[in-house]
Design a protein around this ligand. Sequence first.
Ligand SMILES: C[S@@+](CC[C@H](N)C(=O)[O-])C[C@H]1O[C@@H](n2cnc3c(N)ncnc32)[C@H](O)[C@@H]1O
Length: 255
Amino acid sequence: MLVKPTVATIVQQDVLMFLKEQPSESVDLIVTDPAYSGMNQHLLLGHGRIVGKYQEKGEGRWFEEFHDTPENYSQFLSECRRVLKQDRHLFLMFDSFSLLSLGAMVRDFFNVKNVVTWDKVNIGMGHYFRRQTEFILFASKGKRPVTRRDIPDIWKIKRLHRAQYPTQKPVELFEAMIASSKEKENDDFVVCDPFVGSGSSAVAALRQGASFIGCDISDKAVSLSRSRVEGYLQRGIDIGQEKPAFDEAMQKKFW
Ligand SMILES: C[S@@+](CC[C@H](N)C(=O)[O-])C[C@H]1O[C@@H](n2cnc3c(N)ncnc32)[C@H](O)[C@@H]1O
């Protein structure tokens, strides 16, 4: 399905099919948090403990995985490059396992500028040192400055408790990415997230005055993200996140 950006368009589709149907050089920014299979396969093979319902088969699983073989991942990156306009940015999220196994491939398609550390403030699961961080690879296609020069590469944004969707990220995390790439006055800016999940990136785009296109393979994700967008557009509220996740000092750095 060819997606024409209006305000926010979210479709249920596989990431590669979705990207292949988008016109070349049609989006201004890609922010995305892929479903990596590497970490979970590593845990299954090792002595790790799979968290939650992950071990269940079929419907009980958290969500479908994108099979991040080097072939699939390079197709994904190549499509991201084609769809992104010249002189634009990409923010790509990684867990520590995938950053080491797949992160270097991003250099074959984009100019990698930084690895931003998302500091979730509170510790989570972990077999040795408990995890408090995830990583965001910041890269460009061509040249483009960030909107401010005083933003550090560690972003302190609280993880969500009682989230409505597995791996749901705070809206503020995506807002930080968008605000550092989009000039405030630009109202013709299209953000794309082809692993949209709960829709946090879509709400972030709207809050930052951008249009949004995205997809997810899961019907639950598509229905939740569409409801969040609708709630935001009609009533100005986000039904997916009760409390803000930024601390005040961090917020001042971005806005
Ligand atoms: C890490 S989650 C994204 C979470 C999202 N950032 C949020 O804040 O809610 C990854 C998403 O990728 C989706 N997914 C998995 N395989 C996919 C595929 N082949 N095509 C598109 N989406 C896929 C999953 O359904 C899941 O919602």
